[in-house]
Write a protein that binds this ligand. Structure first.
Ligand code: SAH
Ligand code: DHB
Ligand code: MG
Length: 225
């Protein structure tokens, strides 16, 4: 990506975040804590976090499922949007990530609306199905991209007509369009997309995004039956 383009994307991000996210509302403390704990800086951006908040509010979701907690930055935006009896169940492989996330959620006084489950998402998703968990209203898929095809199948089992499914990082600087790319993350996203194509229960679109972090995008799907 040309450096100039990235610079302007970053400045535009800063412009809108400055205008639309009130000081103190951006969960910046969590981002600072994540940096200090040396977590990779792959959280959603502030404007993307607010996009998740808006989707949860607009759909009136009360049960949210997240795959890939990291330091809980996206979890915070999802949790903020919920009514007091709502819950974000967030799945994370790494115990250390979940620990940092729990601290961030506590500091933001949102931990009571969250349930962190540690383990490989394939296992914790299977456990949710086994427990006959109530369907989720909103699902944010953001764990390992190679797992997206499998996560889509589990997400459908944990959905109802009307459930919104959002998947992060589906563009990867445009690499998604190369069928020969050997990266399992790219192949995962491509297979995920093919599965949606073949799935009559889903209606889906994709949104390309640019930000200071780079060029990426979301798939947004709704369960229609
Ligand atoms: N949603 C976060 C970012 C998630 S980064 C945010 O925007 O703030 C991806 C996370 O998925 C990492 O914490 C990683 O440890 C976790 N992860 C990777 N493989 C996983 C797996 N198989 N099951 C569950 N989580 C996984
Ligand atoms: C990666 C993962 C993410 O969830 C993200 O938002 C950006 C990058 C990654 O694994 O590289
Ligand atoms: Mg992501």
């Amino acid at each position: 990506m040309p450096k100039k383009a990235k610079d302007i994307w970053k400045q535009v991000d800063q412009y809108f975040a400055g205008a639309l996210i009130a000081p103190g509302d951006g969960f910046d403390a969590a981002l600072d804590a994540n940096r200090k704990a040396d977590l990779p800086a792959i959280d959603v951006t502030p404007l993307q976090g607010k996009f998740l908040e808006i989707l949860v509010r607009a759909t009136g979701a009360r049960r949210v499922l997240e795959l890939g907690t990291l330091g809980g930055y996206s979890t915070l935006w999802l949790a903020r949007a919920l009514p007091d009896d709502g819950v974000v169940v967030s799945l994370e492989l790494e115990p250390r990530h979940a620990e940092i996330a729990r601290d961030n959620l506590k500091a933001a006084r949102l931990v009571h609306r969250t349930e962190l489950r540690i383990g490989a998402a394939a296992d914790t998703l299977a456990a949710l199905v086994n427990e006959h968990a109530a369907p989720f209203d909103f699902i944010f898929i953001d764990a390992d991209k190679a797992g997206y095809p499998e996560y889509l199948q589990w997400s459908l089992k944990l959905s109802r007509p009307g459930t919104l499914i959002v998947a992060d990082n589906v563009v990867r600087e445009g690499k998604v369009i190369d069928p020969e790319n050997p990266d399992p993350n790219i192949q995962g996203v491509r297979r995920f997309t093919e599965m949606i194509t073949a799935e009559s229960r889903l209606s889906a679109t994709a949104l390309q995004t640019v930000a200071g972090k780079g060029y990426d995008g979301f798939v947004i799907a709704v369960v229609i039956r």
